[in-house]
Design a binder for this molecule. Structure first.
Ligand SMILES: Cc1cc2nc3c(=O)[nH]c(=O)nc-3n(C[C@H](O)[C@H](O)[C@H](O)COP(=O)(O)OP(=O)(O)OC[C@H]3O[C@@H](n4cnc5c(N)ncnc54)[C@H](O)[C@@H]3O)c2cc1C
Length: 419
């Protein structure tokens, strides 16, 4: 039998924002799509994040200052970054590989690769949201980086100049008094801010829900509570998925399994070096006054997301394995970190406390591409702190690769074969 030029149907494992956007581009191209998830759709890391679609985030975590900062954090129990001591050769190797890449040269190389996919993703979001009429509070009023101290402001000004000089990313700079008029929810007396007007935001769970409705109406089949447990292979292809709901024959498969992806390394016979990077958020009723802009406070590493009817604070990066706890002191810390900046930093009516495991790679780049051993199997994972921001370009890239079309951006930096 002669193999078809490209598959007619694709099964996606993992229903986070990455799996959903991959599904969109595939069904749009006329393929039959089935999406399975071990839990409910979009209930994991894609649910309670900050909602930024932020092309300003071109700098990877692997930057020269990362190691001294990380070491300092280890001695501060209140630091947003933490590593839980435990026996894990995989984590030790991950940290070592990460540390090796904390050079200016690597930062620029990864930054170029990130910029291409970030810029493309925002363009794709604009098209997707308009074409499918997704109701997700999509706002294009930018992202405001607020600095409390003069020292913090001067340090951030260096980062801002670096972004402009190397990547053409520009911000509007404001001093403290301009800022007080610009965003009245902020306390007076802050040092100033940088507004990145090219950034956007959504309410992430609303985006997920409206995307699921749109995909269902276009014939995508969803199977929830369907855990992938293994695969059947033959002649360099995956022929069946073994799941908690029985065996599923497959034509082609995309694994969009987020922080769990590393567990599939031996099944897929390739290295998938991902560690879960745990973050938290707390969602509450809107404070009065409520900020109009999504904001980041770089000195405290906290994000503020004002939604239409709710309000969210999010942050932290813990390397603590697959730990599901939500310690009360971490939520308190989120709230305390917003206090120096906002007139009303939080309300007492909490609607949800949440954790998510970011799929962290050691080079800060996602893993997108065909697996080395199976000709009908692709990975779309490892999106680190930017899964929402990178999702649409990832979906388009996967569709282009599966259909053997010319790709709209160079996929090489994201290749699974780089490890
Ligand atoms: C506090 C916080 C704030 C953040 N803010 C932002 C932000 O503002 N902007 C941004 O761009 N990013 C942000 N992120 C990062 C972003 O949330 C993630 O990068 C993104 O959600 C990852 O999406 P995903 O689809 O890869 O993973 P997930 O959403 O985790 O989805 C993976 C899915 O795979 C399923 N799965 C795994 N294994 C199996 C299996 N064996 N069988 C079946 N199903 C399986 C899981 O059940 C899950 O539903 C934030 C993260 C955190 C924690």
């Amino acid at each position: 039998m002669i193999a078809a030029a490209h598959p007619e149907s694709v099964t996606i494992v993992g229903g986070g924002i990455i799996g959903l956007t991959v599904a969109h581009y595939l069904v749009d191209a006329g393929l039959k799509v089935t999406l399975i998830d071990k839990s409910t759709i979009a209930a994991a890391c894609s649910h309670g994040n900050c909602g930024y679609i932020c092309p300003s985030h071109v700098l990877p975590l692997t930057e020269p200052a990362a190691i001294p900062l990380a070491i300092k954090s280890l001695f501060n129990p209140k630091a947003p970054f933490s590593v839980k001591p435990r026996f894990s050769p995989a984590l030790v190797n991950w940290m070592w590989q990460f540390a090796r890449r904390c050079t200016e040269r690597q930062m620029l190389t990864s930054g170029v690769a990130l910029k291409a996919i970030l810029d493309s993703s925002l363009d794709e979001y604009k098209r997707l949201i308009a074409a499918q009429q997704l109701d997700c509070q999509f706002k294009t009023n930018g992202l405001l980086y607020v600095l409390r101290t003069d020292h913090g402001f001067d340090e951030f000004a260096k980062t801002d100049s670096f972004l402009t000089d190397n990547f053409g990313v520009t911000a509007t700079r404001m001093n403290g008094s301009e800022l007080a008029t610009f965003e009245p929810a902020l306390k007076p007396g802050l040092a100033g801010a940088f507004l990145y007007p090219g950034d956007a935001s959504v309410n992430p769970s609303q985006l997920n829900q409206s995307l699921v409705s749109s995909l269902k109406s276009r014939g995508v089949e969803f199977r929830e509570n369907c855990l992938l447990t293994g695969v059947k292979k033959s002649s360099g292809r995956i022929t069946h998925l073994e799941t908690s709901q029985g065996e599923l024959p497959v034509d082609a498969v995309v694994f969009a399994t987020g922080a769990w992806s590393t567990k599939l390394s031996s099944t897929l016979e390739c290295k998938i070096p991902i560690e879960p990077g745990k973050g938290y958020s707390v969602t509450m009723t809107r404070p009065e006054p409520c900020p109009s802009y999504p904001m980041l406070f770089p000195e405290h590493k906290v994000g503020v997301s004002p939604f239409e009817n709710t309000y969210r604070l999010g942050s932290m990066m813990e390397f603590s394995g697959y730990d599901e706890s939500i310690p009360a002191h971490r939520i308190q810390q989120l709230q305390d970190s917003a206090k120096p900046y906002l007139i009303t930093p939080f309300t007492d009516q909490k609607l949800e406390t949440w954790y998510g495991w970011r799929p962290m790679t050691w080079d800060s780049l996602p893993i997108i591409g065909q697996t080395p051993r199976f000709s009908n199997t692709w990975l779309a994972t490892g999106h680190n702190m930017l899964g929402l921001s990178l999702a649409t370009a990832t979906g388009r890239l996967v569709k282009e690769m599966i259909l053997k079309e010319p790709t709209h951006i160079d996929p090489l930096p994201y290749s699974p074969t780089r490890f």
